[in-house]
Design a protein around this ligand. Structure first.
Ligand code: ADP
Length: 359
C-alpha cells in the first residue's frame, strides 16, 4: 500500500474557480515528489489540500490507506516549509528551531539534544545563538527547514522554499535540500515553477498545467519520454524546438527543408497526410554538418550566445526559428549559413490537434 494516496482530488474555490481537476497520485514512503508547472496551475492548492490548510472539494486523500480529508493539519503529521521563512525575529536560531517542541512541553534536555542534531544536519551549529537578522537568506531558510524537520513528522511539504534567495544561494540550498532528504529519508512534496529544481531534486515529478496533471514520471522519463508538447517544452533548457507543419506527401517544411516524417513513422505517416504535425527536437541533440540517419537542415545563424560550457545558436529557416546547443569551439559566425543534422532517434513527433506524442 502506498503511504499517501490522492484519488480524483478536485478543488473548486468558493468563487466557483475550479483550480485542480481529478488529481491522482500514489506516493511511497521516503519519496521526493516535486509538483512543477507555470504559476497558477494549481500546485500550491494541491499542496495545501494535502497539508489540511484547504478543504478538498471532491475526491479522497488517504494516509496509510486511511481517509484523511477531515483530519486537521496536526493529526496528519505533516510539516510545511513556506515561501517566506516566518522566523521569530526576537528569538535566537536555537529557540526558533526549538519552538514547536517547546510549545509541546517537551523536556529541555531532549530539546537541546534534538536542536543540536538538527543544527548539525543543517550546518547551523555555529549560529545557534544568533538572531535571524544576523543570518544570510540561505541560513534563514535552513532555520525554517530545521523548525520543520525537528518535529517527528511523516511528510514535509515545501512551497517554493528557495524563491526568496538569489541565484547562487538557490543552487547551494538546492543541493542542501537534497542532502537533508538523503539524511532524513523523509517523504517530501516540493512545489516549484522551476524545471531545473524539479529535475535535480525529484525522485518523481508531477507536471501540471491549468489545474490538470500532464505527466508523472522520473526526471529521466519526463526528459526522454514526454507525453505531450507541453511537457516536452517545459522540461529542458533551452526548451525543445517545435516545427509545426501540415503533412504533404509524407513531409513537412522547416524553412525550405523538407522533413520526411516517414523516416520516423514508417507506414503510420499516412494517417497524418493533410494533418498538422509538430516536429520536436532538443537544442542539445543536433550535430553540425551531415551525419547518417538524420534530418538534414540548412539555416541561417541569427545570433550566438557563448555560455562557457556551450554556445546557443539561434537559427532561422524561412519563417521557422530554432535554438541549437553546440560546443563553443564549433560556434559559427552570425549571418552565415549552416547545415546541421537531427538524428532521427532524437526526434519527437506530436499530433498537431491533440498535442499528444505519436508513439
Ligand atoms: P500555483 O501554486 O501553481 O501557482 P495556485 O494553486 O496558487 O497555483 O492557484 C491555482 C489557481 O487557483 C490560480 O488561478 C489562483 O488564482 C486560484 N486561486 C488560488 N487561491 C484561490 C482562492 N482562495 N480563491 C479563488 N481562486 C484561488
Amino acid at each position: 500500500m502506498s503511504y499517501l494516496t490522492l484519488k480524483d482530488i478536485n478543488k473548486i474555490y468558493p468563487n466557483g474557480y475550479h483550480a485542480v481537476h481529478n488529481f491522482n497520485l500514489e506516493i511511497d514512503k521516503g519519496e521526493f515528489i516535486v509538483f512543477v508547472g507555470p504559476s497558477g496551475c494549481g500546485k500550491s492548492t494541491t499542496l495545501r489540500m494535502i497539508a489540511g490548510l484547504e478543504d478538498i472539494s471532491d475526491g479522497e486523500f488517504l494516509i496509510n490507506g486511511v481517509r484523511a480529508n477531515e483530519m486537521g493539519p496536526r493529526e496528519r503529521e505533516i510539516a510545511m516549509v513556506f515561501q517566506s521563512y516566518a522566523l521569530y525575529p526576537q528569538m535566537t536560531v536555537f529557540d526558533n528551531i526549538a519552538f514547536g517542541l517547546t510549545l509541546q512541553g517537551v523536556d529541555e534536555d531532549v530539546i537541546e539534544q534534538k536542536v543540536k542534531k538538527t543544527a548539525a544536519i543543517l550546518g547551523l551549529t555555529d549560529y545557534l545563538d544568533r538572531l535571524p537578522r544576523a543570518l544570510s537568506g540561505g541560513q534563514r531558510q535552513r532555520v525554517a527547514i530545521g523548525r520543520a524537520i525537528i518535529r517527528k513528522v511523516g511528510v514535509f511539504l515545501m512551497d517554493e522554499p528557495l524563491s526568496n534567495l538569489d541565484a547562487k544561494q538557490r543552487v547551494t540550498m538546492r543541493s542542501e535540500i537534497a542532502q537533508i532528504h538523503h539524511e532524513t529519508g523523509a517523504t517530501t512534496i516540493y512545489v516549484t515553477h522551476d524545471q531545473t529544481e524539479a529535475m535535480t531534486l525529484a525522485d518523481r515529478i508531477v507536471v501540471m498545467k491549468d489545474g490538470y496533471v500532464q505527466q508523472v514520471g522520473t526526471p529521466y522519463e519526463l526528459y526522454y519520454k514526454p507525453v505531450n508538447v507541453f511537457v516536452a517544452g517545459f522540461i529542458g533548457e533551452p526548451p525543445m524546438n517545435f516545427i509545426r507543419g501540415t503533412v504533404k506527401g509524407g513531409k513537412i517544411l522547416f524553412g525550405n527543408n523538407a522533413l520526411d516524417i516517414t523516416k520516423k513513422l514508417g507506414d503510420k505517416a499516412k494517417k497524418y497526410e493533410g494533418k498538422e504535425i509538430v516536429f520536436g527536437f532538443r537544442p542539445e541533440h543536433i550535430e553540425l554538418g551531415e551525419v547518417k540517419d538524420a534530418y538534414l537542415v540548412k539555416a541561417e545563424v541569427e545570433l550566438t550566445e557563448m555560455l562557457g560550457d556551450n554556445t546557443n545558436i539561434y537559427i532561422t529557416a524561412g519563417e521557422d526559428k530554432a535554438i541549437l546547443k553546440v560546443d563553443p569551439h564549433d560556434t559559427p559566425e552570425v549571418d552565415t549559413a549552416i547545415t546541421f543534422s537531427i538524428p532521427v532517434k532524437e526526434v519527437y513527433l506530436f499530433d498537431g490537434e491533440t498535442e499528444m506524442v505519436i508513439e
